[in-house]
Every structure is written in C-alpha cells, then in structure tokens.
Design a binder for this molecule. Structure first.
Ligand SMILES: [Fe+2]
Ligand SMILES: [Fe+2]
Length: 341
C-alpha cells in the first residue's frame, strides 16, 4: 500500500484503510464512556495536519532500532506514548464518517528511527523560499533612513536573526510552521508600506520608515513566546505574559543598548504595544498615530487573509463555504477566481 500524505488522506472516502508517515504535533490521553483510555492526536506532514483518534485496542510499536522495515518491531510501553510529541511515526489507519465529517482512526502506530526519518523533513514550512524572503527583508530595511535601518540591523543580528528567520508565527491559527514568523512579518511590512505610501499620497502626514520599522518589529515578542524544537510550541512565558508585552520588553532593551533617540523609541514602543488594535485583543493601548493605525490594520489583514486561504484550500468545488472559523468569527467563501489582467 502506498504511503498517503495528509492532503491525500483528506480526500479519501469513509471506510478506507491507509498507511502514512507523520510527525505527532499534539497528543492527549482521554477516557471513553466505558472508562477505557484512548488518545487524541494531531499529526502533520509537509502538506497539512489532521486530528485523529486512537482507541484502546490500537497497537503501538517501537522500530527505532530496527534497520529494516521487515524486522519485527518491539512493543512500545504505554508510559512512552505521551513522550512521542515531536516524533516521526508510521501509521496504519482507517477513515470513518462521524456526524457527516471524515474521521481518522489509527489502529497501529510505529515510532520510527528518528535519525532516518527526522521530523524536520516531514514538517510544514513556509511555501515561500527563504532566500526570497531574506531578499525582501533586506530591501525593506534599505528603504529606511539610516537612523532606522541601523537600529533594525542592530536588533536582527546573531541569534535574534536566526530565530526570527526560522520561528513559526503561531502554534495554531496562522503561519504555524517553520519560517512562518518572517513570512507573516514581511506580509505585514510590505502591506503597511504600501498603505503608508498611499495615505501619504492622499495627503496624510505619515512617516513611511517608522511604519516599516514598526511592522518589522511588531511581533518581536514571539521570539520569546514560542520555541521551535521540531514542532512549534508555546513557552510558559508566552502563555502567561504574551508576545505583546514580551516584545515591548525586548524592544526597550535593544533601544537602550543602541541609544535609540527618545522620540523614535516612544513611537515604536507605542506601535508594538498597540498592534493588536483593541484592548480586548491583548493590546494595553489602542493605536493613536497614523503609523500605529497602519501597522495594526496590516497585521489584522494578513491574519485574516491567511485564515481565508487555509480555510478554503481544501473545500470541494461544489461546497464553496468553509466551516465556522472561530478565531475570525465567520465562515469564508471560496469565490471563483475572477479573470485578472
Ligand atoms: Fe501580534
Ligand atoms: Fe502579527
């Protein structure tokens, strides 16, 4: 039987058996109505992710030391199961229909040799090539006046730069894959720059370079809220302090080390703290300058655009309306592509 990827699994009819290789990204033990333990698992490969159920009669094997796929596998002890998050596993399963939704049941899970099947090779990353993103980042910085460009280069160097380049932008919801943070940040910065330029043409007083700097720095705190082992995970600090406050803290440290001019420091700090647009979305202050308004609008727009594209990408042609999308409080529509010039 050929190995199927997530994209292919989502298109299977109910009642089909399959074999696959995935990385486990979340795993919870639960108890069914008869008191028997079962597991809920999220798995990913480079084509997407799905949730699956593993009932108590499933078999768990350990093939980490087996060189050959034909060798008999050892049983995996129960207490090792919850430690499998982030590991690559082979899976035998079957699709089923439950409340009109396709459900995936795994009946055999085999832990594979992680050197031969490294998780990073199976995990999603940004669809945009990293070299292309680095070039866009550099040209944005080059378009700023020296005072601002120098500060941005000071911030994004060494470990800060490698994390910024490699990190996810979230653990769920949006850009939750390697290079997701730089992908999202560039989308926000490009969009914010265009908005700033057009607002300027419309007669508003906008400092385009401050908009670019604010956009490139807006999610700085995510370097502390997330970590990337093989899968994106939230840190404890990320859960209890959150990236808006963490970003402000990091920014103030860089600004002081670099002796950033006071007025610029205050304005960029305001942009970072207000970038979620509203107090109920985690910003302690709301945007109060043209530059802060533009950055928070571009951030929200990129988030919603991403949610639109990921919600509609697997919809069948005859069903153009997505399921309810909690984070944006709406359903999305896969409108037909209009003819574009
Ligand atoms: Fe944010
Ligand atoms: Fe953001």
């Amino acid at each position: 039987m050929a190995l199927l990827n997530v994209q292919e699994l989502k298109k299977l009819p109910s009642g089909m058996s399959f074999k696959s290789i995935f990385v486990i990204t979340a795993l919870f033990q639960k108890t069914d109505k008869n008191g028997k333990p079962y597991y809920e698992m999220s798995i990913s490969d480079s084509t997407g992710s799905i949730d699956a159920k593993i009932w108590s009669d499933a078999a768990w094997f350990d093939r980490t030391e087996a060189d050959d796929i034909e060798e008999p596998a050892k049983d995996l002890p129960d207490e090792a199961i919850l430690g499998l998050i982030g590991s690559t596993v082979g899976v035998d399963g079957k699709t089923a229909e439950y409340r009109k939704q396709l459900q995936f049941n795994f009946n055999k899970i085999t832990l594979l040799n992680q050197d031969k099947y490294p998780a990073a090779q199976f995990l999603p990353r940004s669809p945009i090539p990293i070299d292309e993103m680095v070039a866009r980042y550099e040209s944005l910085i080059a378009s700023c006046r020296p005072q601002i460009a120098d500060f941005l280069k000071f911030v994004y160097q060494g470990e800060t730069w490698t994390k910024f380049r490699d990190w996810p932008a979230a653990v769920s919801h949006h850009h939750a894959y390697a290079n997701g943070l730089i992908e999202h940040t560039l989308a926000v910065a490009d969009c914010a720059k265009s908005m700033a330029e057009s607002m300027k043409r419309s007669g508003y007083n906008v400092d385009v370079a401050v908009v670019i700097a604010g956009a490139l720095l807006h999610d700085l705190g995510k370097l502390d809220s997330y970590k990337m082992t093989s899968i994106p995970e939230m840190t404890t600090e990320g859960a209890v302090i959150d990236h808006v406050a963490q970003g402000y803290l990091r920014f103030m440290q860089y600004a002081d080390e670099h002796n950033l001019e006071e007025k610029l420091k205050l304005h960029l700090a305001h942009i970072l703290l207000s970038h979620h647009g509203q107090r109920e979305f985690g910003s302690p202050v709301v945007p109060a300058t043209p530059e802060a308004l533009i950055v928070s609008s571009a951030d929200e727009l990129d988030f919603r655009m991403f949610c639109w594209s990921s919600s509609v990408k697997d919809l069948p042609e005859d069903k153009p309306i997505s399921q309810w999308h909690n984070a944006t409080n709406r359903r999305f529509w896969n409108r037909e592509d209009s003819e574009e010039e």
